[in-house]
Design a protein around this ligand. Sequence first.
Ligand code: HEM
Length: 503
Amino acid sequence: MSNKKKFTTNKGIPVPNDQASITTGKGSNYTMLGDSHLTEKLAHFGRERIPERVVHAKGTGAYGYFEVTNDLSKYTRAKFLSEVGKKTEVFIRFSTVGGERGSADAKRDPRGTAMKYYTEEGNYDLVGNNTPIFFIRDAIKFPDFIHTQKRNPKNNLSDADMFWDFMSLTPESIHQATFLFTDRGTPQNYRHMDLFGSHSFMWYNEKNEYVWVKYHFKTAQGIQNLTNDEAIKMCGENPDHATEDLFNAIEEGNYPEWNVYVQIMTPEEAEKYEFDPFDVTKVWFHGDYPLIPLGKLVLNKNPENFFAEVEQVAFAPSNFVPGIGPSPDRLLQGRLFSYEDTQRHRLGPNHHQIPINRAKNAEVNTYQRDGPMTVTDNGGSGPNYYPNSFDGPEVDETVTPPTIELKAEINRHPRPVEDVDFFQTGELWRRVLSDEDKDHLVYNIVAHLGNAQERIQYRQCALFYKAEPEYGTRVAEGIGLDISKVKNLSEMTQEERVEATKK
Ligand code: HEM
């Protein structure tokens, strides 16, 4: 007898032959509908695809752990952060944003960095990017923004007009657009980049005293990027280069690491800060809020099965554990709804029961029952309603988060674009970027914006000019625009600029 496992149908029935359908005779012949092994196989194959993620469709994942290296438990009651040396299992998925499931890893795009911490108080998800900021600051703009990053509805092609039309009509995007067109927009791979929580979050302790925090994960491998030309070449030569790089590094025992830090701001400081600290288009200056060490993240195990683990993993920024919560960042507030909502469509309402999404290190005791694909014991014979007097699970009032007092004015409050929205981009140009970085930034933008309509080029260059005249001038020169016209446009209000550059 062979030691090999027996080949069965998906009901476990042994299969006698998998090379020939049941037919009415030898040679060309009619196939029997009663060949249930054949029909099961074809029917299952026809249902192999699930909807790809509406954004971040191309990605890869790995397991690892987070270890606390500095005790900040006076700020947060989260148990996984309670003491130095404490380790928590993590699953991470890296991704690009705009491309489809088979698109190239080297495309210019932010990189998604979604993490699931399997803590003893349930799963905590930190769903960030490799950028500390974002293009927009109100969730209502997100679907439109993403449409412009995808394909033209008529010809199904990427479209520089859509891309820059939206950016130039949405000036708060300038900081992130600038970041994206530096070489950090084309990282060498997923190991050689920093990761960020991007938004500000609440941390609160046992006494319900709270602070605001931002997370930073600094790569221990060092930052390395591709130039624009290298990235374009890589897209053709190896569309999966970053997927391959991460997998091979982990297979070889070359485990990637990140040192994790937080910036911490008190509620009193937040009220007085020079700009809205919850606006995700801005960074908190490190001079004001230095990076405080928290821990390290190590990735040390590849998934066994890509579909089961990476494709089916579901992260949601709304998954907080006691001690951590959201801030009043308008973009984050919209995200609190969107992820679980799309996952109910992408994976089904019981997606939390898929092994990769289960709370591995905490008990799940819910009164929710039934629904498609229920694969747990479904609460067994326990009560399925609350309150009950049959010893069902009880709430724990000690994990109530702090009360936030508000004086509200409920309405749609537009956020006008102000000079402060251009200041940090100017500082990036003046203080952070090297001469070589600036050369690459200008080259990268010219290569892309050069494909848009001229009136859109003018509108966008005026924004670069407003952030820093040298920046706007160099991009405009690279495209061949009239600099005095760019300067004029930069001095207008956004409404006047839009009027002056309309079709
Ligand atoms: C994925 C919505 C902003 C990072 C997704 C998905 C949706 C979504 C619907 C697909 C989730 C899935 O199918 O499982 C939104 C909305 C946003 C927003 C509505 C703004 C209002 C952001 C921001 C970041 C971010 C600011 C980073 C700071 C990610 C990442 C993923 C993702 C990393 C991939 C998760 C994975 O690997 O499965 N987003 N997003 N998103 N988003 Fe966002």
